[in-house]
Design a binder for this molecule. Structure first.
Ligand code: SAH
Length: 348
């Protein structure tokens, strides 16, 4: 990538407007160009047919339109889930999962190349963080999957590779671009952002009142036990995390969803269930149990009976619980697994 040229797809409309004014252009041009990029989604300035040749030339001297390329596509024979391995402009790879539901098509996007959170059960962080993804690299997952499938994405989850709140500014810019009425115009009510629990960033996010659903990966309500599987728990205690979630609910009026990957013999005892009920009682929330996906080298496994037992214990305490439907289990749809396997066999 040419370092001197600006990534035009990562600019919000006001930012683009400012850049164009600095180039001596009229303000209305920004909206016109923004439409070419985010509605018509052209891949070169030459395709912007109602823009003068002179301006197109100027644009190509100052900006680039980045692209991502699918290097692998796996389609589940069970449920049509598609998993893409995308090469970013610098050759790094990330993955994106497209899911078909009865009412809408949903996309699971990545926010970082790798991850530095080090959760022991997760494939994404096995080799640490390589780099943050740019707003356009997050957005291009949506545009490219819509182009490849010919289908419109109606909801989105930030549950792919990476910790979105560890890439806070780029994530917010991505959400701004995604929801812009001059672009994809996806209401943030249809977006869930999943975090391992970065308390300061949860508070910053609450301040923005974006209307999205916050999902918090809890996986254990006991501090010491949570620390064994999630290093971030050494930075923020469960009490601090729950307090930030309560504030988030109060300030945004949205309920929070708690993710709990149920791991056989690690966090699925009746004591673990009691601890979880105690921590979440009275909070406007929903619990999503995920039977753990075994990742090579972790030694963790799932036990469907214990997941059910765990669910029943929580329900007895009147908590709202669902067990996440497993989509694409035949194509390793759990985040990070495809990239991990690909990077091991042929580093990109
Ligand atoms: N970093 C963010 C988002 C990415 S992970 C977060 O931690 O929430 C998305 C969800 O998948 C999280 O709830 C994460 O804990 C869960 N997850 C990761 N690996 C998993 C595995 N092997 N089995 C089940 N859930 C897993």
């Amino acid at each position: 990538m040419n370092e001197k040229k600006l990534d035009i797809l990562s600019l919000t409309l006001p930012e683009l407007s400012e850049k164009l004014t600095a180039l001596g252009e009229k303000k209305f041009r920004a909206q016109q160009i923004y439409g070419w990029l985010h509605v018509k989604r052209v891949q070169s300035f030459d395709e912007m047919s109602d823009i003068s040749k002179n301006l197109r030339q100027k644009l190509s001297e100052c900006f680039i339109i980045p692209k991502i390329n699918a290097v692998k596509e796996l389609i589940s024979s069970q449920d049509g889930t598609r998993k893409y391995l995308f090469a970013l402009p610098d050759g790094e790879c990330i993955e994106t999962v497209f899911m078909e539901y009865r009412h809408a098509h949903s996309l699971c996007v990545s926010s970082q190349v790798g991850c530095r959170m080090g959760c022991t059960f997760c494939a994404s962080g096995k080799n640490g963080l390589v780099r943050n993804m740019t707003p356009s690299e997050m957005l291009l997952q949506v545009y490219e999957v819509e182009r490849l499938t010919g289908k419109s994405i109606g909801s989105l989850v930030m549950m792919g590779i990476g910790e979105p709140l560890d890439n806070f500014d780029n994530t917010i810019k991505f959400l701004t671009l995604l929801s812009d009425e001059n672009g994809k115009n996806l209401s943030l009510r249809h977006v869930s952002l999943s975090t391992c629990g970065l308390v300061s960033e949860i508070r910053k996010l609450a301040d923005l009142r974006l209307g999205l659903t916050l999902s918090v990966s809890l996986h254990n309500a006991d501090n010491a036990k949570r620390q064994e599987i999630m290093p971030i728990a050494k930075v923020y205690s469960v009490d601090d995390l729950i307090a930030a979630c309560k504030d988030y609910i109060d300030r945004t009026g949205r309920r929070v969803s708690f993710e709990y990957a149920v791991i056989d013999g690690i966090n699925d005892s009746s004591e673990d269930a009691n601890k979880l009920s105690g921590a979440l009682r009275g909070i406007n929330c929903h619990i999503n149990l995920i039977p753990v996906n075994s990742v090579d080298g972790t030694g963790y496994s799932k036990n469907n009976k214990s997941v059910l037992r765990f669910k029943e214990a929580l329900e007895r305490d009147r908590l709202q619980v669902t067990i996440r439907r497993t989509l694409g289990s035949d194509i390793n749809a759990a985040c990070g697994q495809l990239r991990m396997n690909h990077t091991q066999s042929n580093p990109c």
